[in-house]
Design a protein around this ligand. Structure first.
Ligand SMILES: Nc1ncnc2c1ncn2[C@@H]1O[C@H](COP(=O)(O)OP(=O)(O)OP(=O)(O)O)[C@@H](O)[C@H]1O
Length: 640
C-alpha cells in the first residue's frame, strides 16, 4: 500500500547515457546472455557486504534477520525470475541516484568500448560497473522492490521499467529490508525458467560469492512459483531453501584445501572476467601484523585499464577480519600494478577506518609493500618457469609494468629485469629480449646497452642511426611503445651498464676508426661549411657522421634532447616545448651529399641540402615545418 508521502508515483526519463546503454543491451547483446545472473547476484552480494559493514557501527540494522543470503527463484506461469537479498537495500533517493539517473564514468567507457567491439559480448558489461542493466538482456520489464536497512524506514520503493527510456517510482510497503529484483522474461528466454539451468549458472559463475545463494528446495522438480511473490515477500521459511554455492570466503581456507578450479572460479566472479587468470598468489602473513592476500594476474587487460580509470581504480578489495570494507586498489598497490585483481584481508586495521585514514596508515604501507613484492614474485615466477604465460603477460601488461620504472624507485631493477624488448637480433616485432639476454650477448669490451626509439617498430628498425651498429654487428634494442621514451628517462643504467640511444652523443670508436673518422671530417670541412650556409638557421649544427654507412643523412641528439617523435607527441598533447635546432649528420660518401658541392645551380644545391635535412627529420619522426614546400622541392628535383 502506498503511503501519504508525496510524490507517490512518478515517471522519470533515463539519463541519456543510461538510455544508450539500455538500447545497446536490449538490441545487441546476444552472446552469453546468462551473465545477467552473475551480475545481479554480485550486486546482491555487495549489498550484503555493505550491510555487514554498516551494522558494525549500527547493530540494529541487522535486527531480526542476522543471516544474510541471496535467494533465486522463478515462476514458470508468470515467466519471471526473482533475485532477492536481505542486504542494505536502497531508499528512494538512492534508487534514483544508482539506477537510471547518474551515468557513471563506467557507463561512458562501456559505450566507448562497445563502439569498438564488432560483436557485443554481454560478458563485458560487469567490468564497467553497469551490471544492473544486464537484467534487460533477458527481460523486457524489470521490477525492483527495495527497502533500506534503517530502523526508521517503514516503507520501500518500487522501481519499474521496460528499459525503453523511462522508469516509474512508487512508494510501497516492502515487508523487510533488502532488494528484490523481478525479471519479466522476454518471449524467447524461456530456457532460464528452469531450476536446473539457474542452479548450474550459480555453480558456474557465483560459486564463490561469500553469502549463501539459495534456491527453493527440490527446485529441479517443480517450478518454484509459490516461493516468492512479486511484492518481495518470501512465503517459504528457511527450511524450504537449499544453499547452492560454497558460500565461504575462499581466501580464509587453507591453501591445501583449495583446488585450481576454486581459485579460477573465485577470480572470475571477483574480476567480472570470463577468462581464467594467468597466475595467482595466496599468502597468509602472521606476526605482529597479520593479513591474508590473494592476488591474481589476469590473462588479458580489463577494458578500462588504459581508458582513464586512474581516479577510480577497482579490483583489489580490502576486508578487515573478513568484513568487506572498501575497494582499495589505490591504497594497496602502486598504479603500475593496477591490472592485479584480488583480496586483502587484514586482521589488525580498525574497522571504522576511512579512506583518508587508510592513506596515512603505516600498517597499510607495509601491506602495500608486501602486495607489491608478491606480485613481482609472481611475475618473476612466470618468467622463470612458464614462458608462454609470461609472453601473454608481457603482451597484455608489459607497457603498464614499464610505468613502474619511473614510479617505483625501490623496485626499479626488479622491474627492469622483467621487461622485454624487440631487438636487431630478433627477427620480428615481438618483445622477447630481456636486458639480461642483451648483456649475456654483449661482446667483450662493450659496456653500453644500445637502444633506438621510434614511433613504430618499422620506424625504429629502419633508423639510419643503426647503420654503423649493423655494420659492426652490435645488438640494438628497438623501442617503439609510447611509454618507452618516458621510461628511458628513468632507466639510465642496468646491472652497472649504461643505457644509451644510438641517436645520442658521440659513438665510441676504437683508435683506428676514430682516426678514419677524423680524417673524413677534415676532408669534408668545405662540404659541411657549404651545407651550413645553404641551410641557414634551420639547423643548429652540421657534422660528418660516424653512424651512417648507407643513408645520406640523419639527425643526432644531445644527451638531453628528446627524441623528435616523442617531442611531437607531447606537442600534440598540448605541451609547450622549447624549439631546439636539430644537429644534422651527413655521410660524405653518399652521392647525394656530394652533389651539394658539385651542383653549380645555387637553387638546386639548396633544394638538395634541405632535402637531406628533411629526410633525416622524417626518419626520426619529427614534423616537417612546411610539408607542401617539401613536396614541391622533391618534385623539382625528380623532374630536374
Ligand atoms: N541488490 C542491490 N542492493 C542494493 N543496491 C543495489 C543492488 N543492486 C544495485 N544496487 C545499486 O545500484 C548501483 C548500480 O549497480 P550496477 O551493477 O549497475 O553497478 P555497480 O554494482 O556499481 O558496479 P560494480 O559491479 O563495478 O560495483 C550499485 O552501485 C548499487 O548502489
Amino acid at each position: 500500500m502506498a503511503t501519504q508521502t508525496a510524490p507517490q508515483t512518478e515517471t522519470r526519463p533515463f539519463e541519456a547515457e543510461v538510455a544508450q546503454v539500455l538500447h545497446l543491451v536490449t538490441h545487441s547483446l546476444y552472446s552469453h546472455k546468462e551473465i545477467f545472473l552473475r551480475e545481479l547476484i554480485s550486486n546482491a552480494s555487495d549489498a550484503c557486504d555493505k550491510l555487514r559493514f554498516e551494522s558494525l557501527a549500527n547493530p540494529e540494522l541487522m535486527s531480526g534477520d542476522g543471516e544474510l543470503h541471496i535467494d533465486v527463484s522463478w515462476d514458470e506461469k508468470a515467466r519471471t525470475i526473482t533475485i532477492a537479498d536481505n542486504g542494505i537495500g536502497m531508499n528512494r533517493h538512492e534508487v534514483v541516484a544508482n539506477i537510471g539517473t547518474i551515468a557513471s564514468s563506467g557507463t561512458r567507457r562501456y559505450l566507448e568500448a562497445m563502439a569498438q567491439e564488432k560483436k557485443a559480448d554481454a560478458r563485458l558489461i560487469g567490468q564497467f560497473g553497469v551490471g544492473f542493466y544486464s537484467a534487460f538482456v533477458v527481460a523486457d520489464r524489470v521490477t525492483v522492490l527495495t527497502r533500506r536497512a534503517d530502523a526508521s524506514a517503514v516503507e520501500g520503493v518500487r522501481w519499474e521499467s521496460d528499459g525503453k527510456g523511462e522508469y516509474t517510482l512508487e512508494q510501497v510497503e516492502v515487508p523487510s529490508r533488502g532488494t528484490t529484483i523481478v525479471l519479466h522474461l522476454k518471449a524467447d528466454e524461456d530456457e532460464f525458467l528452469s531450476g536446473w539451468k539457474l542452479r548450474s549458472l550459480i555453480h558456474r559463475y557465483s560459486e564463490h560469492v561469500a553469502f549463501p545463494i539459495r534456491m527453493p528446495k527440490d527446485s529441479d522438480a517443480h517450478d518454484g512459483s509459490d516461493e516468492a511473490a512479486e511484492d518481495g515477500s518470501q512465503s517459504a521459511d528457511k527450511a524450504e531453501w537449499d544453499t547452492i554455492n560454497a558460500a565461504s570466503a575462499l581466501w580464509t581456507q587453507p591453501k591445501s584445501e583449495i583446488s585450481d578450479e576454486d581459485y579460477q572460479g573465485f577470480y572470475k566472479s571477483l574480476g567480472h572476467d570470463f577468462a581464467d587468470p594467468l597466475a595467482w598468489s595466496h599468502n597468509r602473513v602472521e606476526g605482529n601484523q597479520s593479513f591474508t592476500t590473494l592476488l591474481y594476474l589476469p590473462a588479458h587487460p580489463p577494458f578500462d585499464l588504459m581508458m582513464g580509470g586512474r581516479d577510480e581504480r577497482k579490483g583489489l578489495k580490502l576486508y578487515i577480519k573478513r568484513v568487506f570494507v572498501m575497494d582499495a586498489a589505490e591504497e594497496l598497490l602502486p598504479n603500475y600494478l593496477r591490472f592485479v585483481r584480488g583480496v586483502v584481508d587484514a586482521d589488525d586495521l580498525p574497522l571504522n577506518v576511512s579512506r583518508e585514514l587508510l592513506q596515512q596508515n603505516r600498517q597499510l604501507e607495509r601491506i602495500k609493500a608486501s602486495c607489491t613484492k608478491r606480485v613481482l614474485d609472481l611475475i618473476e615466477g612466470l618468467a622463470r618457469n612458464e614462458p608462454e604465460k609470461f609472453a601473454t603477460f608481457i603482451k597484455a601488461f608489459g607497457n603498464t609494468l614499464k610505468e613502474g620504472i619511473g614510479e617505483d624507485t625501490a623496485n626499479r631493477e626488479r622491474i627492469a629485469k622483467l621487461l622485454r624488448f624487440a631487438s636487431t637480433k630478433g627477427d620480428d616485432a615481438s618483445r622477447s629480449v630481456s636486458l639480461d639476454d642483451y648483456i649475456a650477448r654483449m661482446p667483450e669490451g662493450q659496456d653500453t646497452i644500445w637502444y633506438v626509439t621510434g614511433e613504430t617498430h618499422a620506424a625504429a628498425a629502419g633508423s639510419p642511426q643503426l647503420e654503423a651498429f649493423k655494420a659492426r654487428d652490435t645488438e640494438v634494442l628497438l623501442m617503439s611503445d609510447r611509454i618507452d621514451e618516458w621510461m628511458l628517462g628513468y632507466l639510465h643504467e642496468y646491472e652497472g651498464k649504461k643505457l644509451q640511444s644510438v641517436a645520442k652523443g658521440e659513438l665510441p670508436l676504437d683508435d683506428a676508426a676514430k682516426q678514419k673518422h677524423e680524417e673524413a671530417a677534415k676532408a669534408a670541412e668545405p662540404l659541411v661549411a657549404r651545407l651550413k650556409e645553404l641551410l641557414g638557421d634551420r639547423v643548429g649544427e652540421v657534422r660528418v657522421s660516424a653512424r651512417l654507412t648507407d643513408s645520406p643523412s640523419c639527425l643526432a641528439l644531445s644527451d638531453y634532447d628528446m627524441a623528435p617523435h616523442f617531442a611531437r607527441l607531447l606537442r600534440e598533447a598540448g605541451q609547450d616545448l622549447p624549439d631546439s635546432k636539430p644537429t644534422l649528420e651527413v655521410n660524405p660518401q653518399h652521392p647525394l651529399v656530394q652533389r651539394v658541392q658539385t651542383e653549380s645551380d645555387e637553387a638546386t644545391a639548396r633544394d638538395i641540402a634541405t632535402l637531406l635535412l628533411e629526410q633525416a627529420e622524417i626518419a626520426a619522426g619529427a614534423t616537417l615545418p612546411d610539408p607542401s614546400a617539401f613536396v614541391q622541392r622533391m618534385n623539382r628535383l625528380l623532374l630536374g
